[in-house]
Design a protein around this ligand. Structure first.
Ligand SMILES: Nc1ncnc2c1ncn2[C@@H]1O[C@H](COP(=O)(O)OP(=O)(O)O)[C@@H](O)[C@H]1O
Ligand SMILES: [Mg+2]
Length: 395
């Protein structure tokens, strides 16, 4: 069985015990979307990037999100990230300042292998992007996430998995192994059906074992994250962001409430074997951690988040991210926050509360907006780097 090491999740300490949170001190982009070359030197303060639409603000946040495992905040193909008029490759380099000192982290794709991500940590190649999860945690909010509570469950699973990854860097691996095994099982079933045969039972059984192991680890990680987040929410001071009530709905998740992980692995494995005929007919696996859902309710109103107003949904979402960031910081795991166009849609009280929380927790938040006035409250407490392309001078 795959260990979901909850002992790694340290007990809470007070926020003021945290001497330094992880932050970027330099960010260099080459051939990344509209940034042919960008080189930003950043100090400890929150970062505000202001400017018109299409300037490349979200692209900068996306680049930072790629310094963690996964496909970043747009879930885009690497081929789409490479500058259109470039050679097909791109690179993102960052100097990351941690309590232990500075580290150099780089990622990107080469022109001749546009779907294979290269990762280098302090000049040494890492075998996969998972290694990045051990260095930096990032949480983000983007305008797309305004639909989180009304979108299909997959969006909420991805959201929860991002919160889980901040607590356990192995979480992404469990998800990747599960998805891969499930895709192979689906493919075997579809191919056999097309040929009028049955899939090789030994092969299917092997894949189901993998699905059971990784799927239970994935679900256990989600459950542990939910419990942690609920604790963080309960411990958060009162403020203008409503407290959400959270629940996780899913087959394996509910089994984990009643039985230890090893037993649930066997149960899930048996369940998959019994469901073969049904999955064979459907051409895909119908039940498992890939169908789980995160149910969110507006606490004070006791109403499903999906029924709340757009503004209330946004406030709930920000409240969740801030509670998680606050809890992580208290546990010495402070994340980098990427807040794309978040300030624009908040009233003055909530905007001030957001800024004050970021300053209070000493987090490096990267915030974007089209209007600098929105960030006046931050004054000199933030920095405002320019991301305009460098002027080309002749001679
Ligand atoms: N692969 C790419 N190559 C070059 N430009 C790109 C690429 N992908 C997106 N862009 C450009 O980036 C710009 C959008 O950047 P974005 O960061 O979303 O802007 P905003 O400042 O509004 O957040 C658009 O002009 C888009 O055409
Ligand atoms: Mg944008």
């Amino acid at each position: 069985m795959i260990q979901t090491d909850q002992s790694r999740i340290k007990p809470a300490v007070k926020a003021h015990d945290v001497s330094i949170n992880i932050r970027l001190s330099r960010l260099q982009l080459t051939g990344f979307r509209n940034h042919a070359e960008l080189d930003l030197h950043i100090d400890h303060r929150p970062v505000v990037i202001c400017g018109p639409n299409g300037m490349g603000k979200t692209n900068v946040l996306e680049a930072i999100s790629l310094l963690t495992p996964g496909r970043g905040l747009r879930q885009a193909r690497y081929g789409d990230m490479a500058a259109q008029n470039g050679d097909g490759g791109f690179s993102i380099h960052a100097k990351i300042t941690t309590a232990q000192g500075d580290m150099g982290v780089g990622t990107g794709v080469m022109a001749d292998a546009p779907e294979r991500r290269v990762v280098r940590i302090d000049g040494t190649s890492a075998s996969s992007a998972s290694a990045l999860g051990r260095i930096m945690r990032a949480l983000w909010l983007t305008p797309d996430m305004d639909r989180l509570f009304v979108d299909p469950a997959s969006t909420r699973r991805r959201f929860l998995d991002r919160l889980a990854l901040a607590l356990d860097p192995d979480h992404a691996d469990h998800g990747a192994i599960y998805e891969r095994a499930m895709r192979q099982r689906n493919k075997l079933m579809r191919e056999a059906k097309a040929n009028g045969t049955q899939p090789d039972p030994a092969w299917v059984e092997g894949l189901e074992r993998q699905m059971a192991e990784s799927g239970v680890a994935l679900s256990a990680g989600r459950r542990a994250t939910l419990t942690r987040l609920q604790g963080y929410i309960a411990a958060s001071p009162d403020g203008p962001f409503p407290r959400p009530q959270l629940a996780l709905a899913g087959l394996v998740e509910s089994w984990l409430e009643q039985a230890p992980a090893l037993e649930v692995e066997d149960r899930f494995s048996t369940h998959l074997a019994r469901g073969r005929a049904r999955d064979f007919e459907a051409g895909r696996c119908l039940e498992g951690p890939h169908t789980a859902d995160l149910a969110v309710r507006h606490g004070p109103k006791d109403q499903a988040a999906a029924l709340c107003s757009t503004g209330e949904q946004k406030a709930l979402l920000i409240g969740m991210i801030l509670a998680h960031a606050r809890g992580l910081t208290a546990d010495g795991l402070g994340p980098v926050l990427l807040l794309d166009e978040v300030a624009a849609h908040l009233d003055q009280i909530r905007r001030a509360a957001l800024f004050e929380t970021i300053l209070d927790l000493r987090l490096q938040a990267w915030m974007t907006g089209t209007d600098a006035v929105l960030f006046e409250h931050l004054g000199d407490c933030a920095q405002y780097p320019s991301i305009k392309p460098a002027m080309v001078t002749n001679g």
